[in-house]
Design a protein around this ligand. Structure first.
Ligand SMILES: NC(=O)c1ccc[n+]([C@@H]2O[C@H](COP(=O)([O-])OP(=O)(O)OC[C@H]3O[C@@H](n4cnc5c(N)ncnc54)[C@H](O)[C@@H]3O)[C@@H](O)[C@H]2O)c1
Ligand SMILES: [Zn+2]
Length: 390
């Protein structure tokens, strides 16, 4: 018997820029990116826009047209695809097909670019379309929410929902670049401004105690719209996220664990159980509070640390309990039970159940078994605290 063993090393580099006024005439970041990729010839660029974002920035296409005129290396496909914002972008596979149709009509090839401008949901759907057309057209992400600038938009994943399951269809595909323009954040409604803060609390709890202390100090002012603090939050959170992708040894999640999905097993289920009425970031705050409470009840973190975690969320204005958190908690194997979220979380990766918990502030620990009764206790504590704030 013969066999060939071939090692294929693959590495990738992408820049995440932080800027304001991306399509201002004198801001050359975007044009430089395209120029660096071209061999002197103009390259085609198709824009995919988030309708919710676009309704607040309705002169955006005019700015992009003027920018493309100024920088002829950009061959603008003047037929942007406009997708509904929010989870609706990921719940309709026709939207992905619509991007593919324009890619086909405009003859985009692998040297062309799709630039997606919007929240995490539109970036996920547009990223999936880009990754699957011609097996991968270059994707530039321009995230326009806090959560997409500090978390979802800087990573290597995309996806849409199918069969009632989140991110059932999707790929791992590093972006060509990520361009975070803080000006977009000015038009977010308050819920979306706040929602992304929970992902920062998440990485801080797992990886960086002093960042957690910063968030504690700034939680109240962040909720009141403190821009400077928010810009720092986004930068540091994105940096920790990228460091993790680069150094964890498992950028494409081939193993059984997803360390950055701390608090997410229940969060994903809550999004589904509330019919996506809860924003991803809002569900993540509840999920983290739940797993922190569980960690406390299991004696893994002390009372003070646990209370600090709940307080930072409360100060930032998050609600830490919704009735769906206890949905069918006594029937854990029923598919719409909150506890079925554990099985769905495991199944998304396959392999052994792996849940991230806390050993301290800045210190995560993975476990492979959880105790449902303790989780039930944590849930009822959270309900009682909601009735009587800590
Ligand atoms: N790919 C990943 O690794 C990853 C990681 C985390 C989360 N996600 C996904 O990200 C999604 C959540 O993303 P999100 O929190 O950015 O919210 P979102 O994409 O759901 O957007 C929320 C709302 O904000 C609107 N909006 C976007 N930008 C705006 C702006 N600048 N001004 C005014 N309104 C604007 C949208 O139209 C939408 O109505 C979820 O689908 C989640 O699963 C993906
Ligand atoms: Zn998340």
């Amino acid at each position: 018997m013969k066999h060939i063993e071939q090692n294929v090393p693959v590495s990738f580099t992408y820049y995440v820029h932080f800027t304001e006024g991306l399509f201002d005439r004198d801001n050359t970041i975007f044009a430089d990116l395209i120029r660096d990729a071209s061999s002197g010839k103009p390259l085609k660029v198709l824009f995919v826009l988030d309708e919710g974002m676009f309704s607040h920035h309705n002169r955006l296409m005019e700015s992009i047209r003027a920018y493309a005129d100024e920088h002829p290396v950009i061959e603008l496909i003047d037929e942007p695809v406009i997708m509904p914002g929010g989870e609706a972008a990921k719940n309709d596979e026709y939207l992905v097909q619509q991007v593919h149709e324009v890619v086909n009509r405009a003859n985009l090839d692998r040297h062309a670019f799709i630039t997606a401008i919007g929240g995490g949901a539109v970036l996920d759907a547009a990223g999936y379309a880009a990754a699957t057309a011609h097996r991968g057209i270059r994707l530039i992400r321009v995230p326009t929410t806090v959560l997409s600038q500090n978390d979802s938009g800087v990573g290597v994943k995309n996806g849409i929902n199918a069969f009632g399951k989140k991110n059932f269809l999707g790929t791992f595909a590093p972006p060509y670049a990520v361009l975070n323009d803080y000006n977009f954040l000015e038009t977010l409604d308050h819920r979306d401004w706040r929602a992304g803060i929970s992902e920062a609390v998440k990485v801080a709890l797992l990886k960086d105690k002093s960042f957690f202390e910063f968030l504690e100090q700034k939680a109240l002012s962040l909720d009141k719209g403190d821009r400077e603090a928010m810009h720092h939050l986004i930068y540091r959170c994105a940096e920790l996220h990228l460091e993790h992708i680069a150094t964890s040894g498992d950028p494409f999640e081939m193993g059984s664990s997803r360390p950055l999905d701390f608090g997410h097993w229940s969060a994903h289920k809550l999004e589904q159980l509330t019919d996506y009425e809860l924003r991803h970031g809002e569900a993540v705050a509840i999920g983290i509070a739940l797993d922190a409470t569980y960690s406390y009840l299991k004696g893994m973190i002390n009372k003070e640390s646990w209370q600090r975690i709940l307080q930072v969320f409360k100060n930032a204005g998050f609600t830490l309990f919704v009735p769906e958190l206890e949905y069918k908690k006594d029937e854990p194997t029923v598919p719409d039970s909150i506890f079925y979220g554990l099985e769905e979380f495991r199944e998304h990766l396959g392999g052994e159940l792996t849940i991230m918990l806390l050993e301290g502030i800045g210190q995560g620990i993975e476990v492979h078994k959880v105790d449902i009764d303790t989780y039930r206790e944590a849930m009822s504590m959270m309900r009682k605290m909601d009735e009587q704030p800590v």
